[in-house]
Design a protein around this ligand. Structure first.
Ligand code: 5GP
Length: 194
């Protein structure tokens, strides 16, 4: 997929260890920025809680996902905790075609894949104030079993080691200030030449 430098400049990838509050940050940001649109990923994991197909994710089975890979449908994809997650090229075209900027919530493998291929995209990292706070949030969320929480904590520790490779890091201390900093950062990137 060809993306011009201007198009790359309109793509923001937010990665974060699971439980950092990334979904809440993105939801809040989308509430007051009409110029941004969320890239809906495709996954083989089952829906969680109230999640609906075509809203949080496109939920597909493994067979369909692998067929998509063979077709070259994905801009990037990665296995995360034994499941596949990926961004379809058509999703990015749909959003850019509406004249909007794209916000993507993808894991760090996918983020680095895209940054390498398209250096003009913005790979951002959201971190929790501490790993202890992260564990508390995962426990409070009640969507994972204790074993899954341990797996996610292990993954979070590994992911934090890559923080220096991101263009910009945001510490999610207070929701509103995180959202405002992120929004201000987006504005700043649009003022500079792509
Ligand atoms: P969850 O199961 O909690 O919704 O997501 C697990 C992880 O998968 C998160 O780190 C999330 O960022 C990542 N993820 C979601 N969509 C994509 C995607 O399209 N591509 C990649 N590489 N990772 C994704």
């Amino acid at each position: 997929m060809d993306l011009t430098r201007e198009e790359q400049n309109k793509i923001f990838i937010l990665s974060a260890p699971s439980g950092t509050g990334k979904n809440t940050v993105i939801t809040r940001l989308l509430e007051f920025r009409q110029d941004l649109s969320y890239s809906i990923s495709t996954t083989t994991r089952p829906p969680r809680g109230t999640e609906k197909n075509g809203v949080e994710y496109y939920f597909v089975d493994k067979e369909d996902f692998l067929a998509g890979i063979n077709n070259g449908d994905f801009l990037e994809y990665a296995p995360v905790l034994d499941r596949f997650y990926g961004t379809q090229k058509s999703e990015i075209r749909r959003i850019l075609g509406m004249g909007k900027m794209v916000i993507m919530d993808i894991d760090i493998q996918g983020s680095f894949q895209l940054k390498e291929k398209y250096p003009g995209v913005h790979n951002l990292f959201l971190v929790p104030p501490s790993l202890e706070i992260l564990r508390e949030r995962l426990v409070r969320r009640k969507t994972e079993t204790p074993e899954q929480i341990e797996k996610r904590m292990e993954l979070a520790k590994k992911e934090m080691e890559f923080r220096e490779r991101f263009e910009k890091i945001f510490v999610n201390e207070k929701l509103e200030s995180t959202v405002l900093s992120l929004s201000a950062y987006i504005d700043q990137t649009q003022k500079l030449p792509a």
